[in-house]
Ligand binder design. Structure first.
Ligand SMILES: [Zn+2]
Length: 339
């Protein structure tokens, strides 16, 4: 058994009927293994409520100093931060170190204050009529204005709202809008909440982006759009479509799927549901004609991601397109949700 910390050094992942205890980074001999019994990204009051069930007050630095998500990420050991060199945010370590929410008193205060005041908005998205869901999201997003003003995408409930907006657009087959908001989540929210790149929420959003790319690529390839929303901003739709034409969506999709497969807990790959789903999608892509050159460079990257050529290709084919798409995610929120 492992004790609790809100800055844990290990995590439990589920693969089929197995629960796997996984270290976030190499542990020292004799070092205590700590996991979190609750969602570490919740504000202090909600973590305390959850830990009431275990009859103890957490005394970790995150609780004692009421640290926000960014401050807690900055306390992660450099070995954990370094794992992100091969993630969709390779420069995460320096981004965290220089993030205003770790340095600027006003922004630190906003993050704490908004997280506690808006804690009641952390609720699971219910199923319902699209118009009702849309109105609920609008209402929640409007209340998150102080967080949006400082781009504090990793602070809940804003981080949860990003996820719900992606789901909403996806349910309405507005694939490109869902895609760009998911990219914002994968680059500006998730990595700060969960620093180890193999954490399930981070891998799940990469898989979702790959699925969305299979739809946007099909539309670019001539499949008729199935979007059910008639009122999407036309100019923005056009801009996103133009950007998608310039991006090799198939290569991006393949590389994200390979990252999903590589993130599986060692020895339990066959039991991890995302491995099977990602492999099926990769097999379907591999039969597309005329992609031998791309396939060979992707294989080279998959086999030796640390080589200079592979790093340059990863930057070009994954990091830059994801950044470009996530900037559109910000535009979608501005145009569609008014801020
Ligand atoms: Zn704690």
């Amino acid at each position: 058994m492992a004790n609790h910390s809100c800055i844990p050094n290990a995590t439990v992942q589920f693969a089929g009927r197995y629960a796997i205890l996984r270290a976030d980074a190499p542990l020292q001999s004799g070092q205590e293994i700590e996991i979190s019994y609750t969602d570490v990204t919740y504000p202090l009051s909600k973590r305390r409520d959850a830990l009431d069930w275990y009859y103890f007050d957490c005394q970790c630095p995150r609780c004692l100093q009421d640290l926000n998500v960014y401050q807690a990420a900055a306390l992660e050991p450099s070995t954990t931060l370094k794992l992100n060199e091969f993630s969709v945010v390779p420069s995460l370590a320096s981004k965290i170190r220089n993030h205003p929410a770790t340095k600027v008193p006003d922004i630190i205060a906003t993050a704490q204050d908004a997280a506690e005041k808006l804690v009641h908005l952390i609720t699971p998205q219910e199923d319902g009529e699209p118009a009702v869901l849309r109105a609920e999201l609008q209402q929640k997003y409007t209340q998150c204005r102080p967080l949006v003003a400082h781009e504090l995408w990793a602070v809940p409930p804003l981080s949860h709202i990003l996820m719900d907006v992606t789901r909403y657009y996806s349910s309405q087959h507005a694939w490109s809008f869902a895609l760009v908001v998911a990219c914002l989540e994968a680059t500006a929210s998730n990595p700060y909440q969960y620093v180890p790149p193999f954490e399930t929420p981070r891998v799940r959003v990469l898989y979702m982006i790959a699925k969305l790319l299979s739809n946007t690529a099909a539309e670019c390839g001539g499949c008729p759009p199935t979007n059910k929303l008639k009122s999407l901003d036309a100019a923005l739709t056009k801009e996103i479509t133009a950007a998608l034409w310039e991006i090799d969506q198939i290569a991006l999709c393949q590389m994200l799927l390979i990252m999903v497969i590589k993130a599986a807990p060692a020895g339990y790959e066959a039991h991890w549901p995302m491995t099977t789903m990602a492999k099926t999608m990769l097999d379907e892509i591999s039969i597309l004609p005329g992609r031998n050159d791309e396939q060979s460079i992707i294989n080279e990257w998959a086999n030796s991601p640390g080589s200079e050529r592979s790093r340059a290709f990863f930057e070009y084919a994954v990091v830059q397109p994801m950044e470009r798409l996530s900037a559109f995610g910000r535009d979608v929120l501005r145009k569609e949700f008014g801020y």
